[in-house]
Design a protein around this ligand. Structure first.
Ligand code: NAP
Length: 539
């Protein structure tokens, strides 16, 4: 049993979000002395922080929840097909309380540095408040989208109203009625928040630099009867998700060019009306690889946007020109495009009229001044590697992980890193966490890390590190999978682009995630286990 007041543990897990909660459960089930260090004052990670209006799953709730406990599956009733943030946070608390996981967590424990000591084979972790912990193994469950980033405009600090990132949306109720609100950013977050608040604010100004493709989420309630059917089908649901490259119950098909244009259109009509990511997941796989195929589906979605926006000039501004449909992370929406038909909603295209400066009363673009009471930054995250870069991680010989990953992360299977022994990453860079249904990837990651830890401990080992050439081989596989796909040219967090982060905005691609698909990834990591981890040095 772990005692959270101790400062040394066999395993320290960083982060009490979706992955940290499951990871600590696996460790304490084995009687391992382990604790979680969480920087925030409570558990929940992304669902603790993202309290903005409209925040909800865009994975079907019943594919997002954990699969590891039949009791949880039987007891928890998802109320909506795509559950909202308050309910999602309740779910994570329900799971944590059910298994008494909170007693293994230390809150307000933000790790600033981690230094490997070769003699004692331990990591020393320094917290922001000066407290020090040591651990034989560190498991990072720090999330791929946990470091919010904001633009840098002249005069931002002079703005007299309230301004915050969606990640830091106030916990206390915020009444926006009658207020003039500006939202900067139209990614998955901006699209959710804009659609949700459009009819609740006095006036809404959307500052859009580049539009994103989007299609209806098609949310709805889940009745008792439907929930009973879902429960009876859980094994099948998780099997289907495991079999699909995207980790959802959607299976892509080949045969774009075998179908007639009419047949393709009929399929898209059907998929557009289906909930969630069906339009991506069940589409012709050629749209991700073949420019002509992608252009045709993009033209189709553009027409759907035109049909929903009354003003043709506004509609054209909302249609992406710099990337095709499905080539950046697809946001899903509820009445997003219809928001622009409202008299109180105004679209400002920053591509045409860039922001010049902020001042006390709002934002000035090259076309004029926008008076605002509240500014919302829906400007995204330092994705996937950002959480690692914020900790000064020093491996063998004092080498910095931040320096090693300066140009692009390099890992073995997205879990281990040469030169950084006993550091195990759940949903790490170059795993499938950024490229498939996130919670399914998390369970795969936690299960693999836990099995590896069993192997290391059962063998009486105290040190595990991947060989350098095994890491090189995995990076080559990640690059090969990446280069096959059309999205390799897009400017989004899939390719490591973030205009607000130095080194991520100069056009160089960062190989952040593995895009070979979940089944292939699982085959590779399972083979490593079955073969007895030949790429790992154990001692
Ligand atoms: P994002 O996709 O990176 O979008 C950021 C937006 O801010 C973009 O429109 C970007 O414009 C804009 N932006 C950034 N810097 C700017 C600047 N200096 N000036 C003007 N505009 C600027 O971030 P996100 O929307 O937070 O989404 C991130 C990821 O979180 C999603 O892709 C998704 O994986 C996850 N997410 C999931 C859900 C869910 O339903 N489960 C909901 C929300 C988010 P440019 O495109 O021009 O750079």
């Amino acid at each position: 049993m772990s005692d959270v007041t101790n400062r040394h543990h066999e395993v320290v897990v960083l982060g009490a979000g979706v992955s940290g909660i499951y990871q600590i459960k696996c460790l304490i089930d084995r009687g391992i002395d382990a604790i979680v260090l969480e920087g925030d004052d409570d558990l929940g990670g992304t669902w603790y922080r993202n309290r903005y209006p409209g925040a909800r799953f865009d994975s079907e709730s019943y594919t997002y929840g954990y699969s590891f406990s039949r009791e949880v599956l039987d007891e928890w009733h998802w109320k909506e097909r795509f559950s909202g943030q308050p309910e999602n946070l309740r779910y994570l608390n329900f799971v944590a309380d059910k298994f008494d996981l909170r007693s293994h967590m230390v809150f307000n424990a933000r790790v600033q540095s981690m230094v490997w000591d070769e003699d004692s084979r331990t990591w020393t972790l320094q917290l922001a408040d000066g407290t020090t912990y040591t651990a034989r193994f560190v498991i990072t469950s720090i999330g791929p989208l946990s470091i919010p980033t904001t633009p840098k405009y002249e005069g931002m600090d002079r703005f007299g109203g309230r301004a915050f990132h969606t990640w830091a949306w106030p916990k206390e109720p915020l009444d926006l009625s009658g207020l003039r609100v500006g939202v900067i950013g139209t990614g998955a977050t901006g699209i959710q928040v804009i659609a949700d608040i459009a009819d609740k604010v006095g006036h809404l100004t959307v500052f859009q630099r580049r539009p994103n493709w989007s299609k209806p989420l098609r949310n709805g309630p889940i009745s008792d009867e439907e929930m009973a059917q879902i429960r009876a089908r859980y094994d099948e649901i998780f099997t289907n998700c495991s079999a699909s490259p995207n980790g959802f119950e959607h299976m892509p098909r080949w045969g774009f060019w075998d179908a007639t244009p009419e047949e393709r259109r009929a399929l898209w009509d059907e998929l557009y009306d289906q909930p969630g990511f069906a339009i991506l997941g069940c589409n012709y796989a050629e749209i991700f690889f073949d420019e002509k195929a992608n252009q045709e589906v993009s033209d189709y979605i553009a027409d759907r946007i035109r049909a929903r926006v009354n003003d043709p000039v506004v509609a054209e501004k909302l249609i992406p020109r710099d990337h095709g449909f499905g080539l950046q992370r697809l946001p899903l929406e509820t009445n997003y495009f219809e928001a622009y038909n409202r008299d109180n909603v105004e679209l400002v295209s920053l591509a045409e009229t860039p922001i010049v400066r902020f001042d006390e009363t709002g934002i000035e673009t090259t076309a004029g001044h926008h008076d605002l009471d509240v500014i919302v930054y829906a400007t995204g995250f330092d994705a996937i590697t950002g959480g690692y870069d914020r900790i000064d991680i020093r491996g063998v010989g004092g080498v910095s992980l931040r320096d090693k990953w300066k140009d692009s992360p390099t890992t073995y299977l997205g879990v281990l890193c040469h030169g950084f022994p006993n550091l195990l990453m759940v949903a790490g860079p170059q795993s499938v966490s950024g490229s498939t249904n996130f919670p399914r990837a998390i369970e795969t990651g936690v299960n693999w890390v836990t099995a590896l830890l069993d192997h290391v401990r059962e063998g009486g080992h105290t040190r595990v590190e991947p060989q350098a050439d095994a890491e090189e081989k995995w990076v080559a596989e990640v690059q090969r999978a990446h280069e096959r796909m059309l999205f390799r040219r897009s400017k989004g967090w899939f390719t490591g682009y973030n205009s607000n982060v130095e080194g991520h905005n100069d056009g160089r691609v960062r190989y952040q995630a593995y895009f070979g698909g979940a089944p292939r990834y699982t085959t590779v990591i399972d083979r490593a286990t079955a073969d007895g981890y030949p790429a790992l040095e154990l001692s």
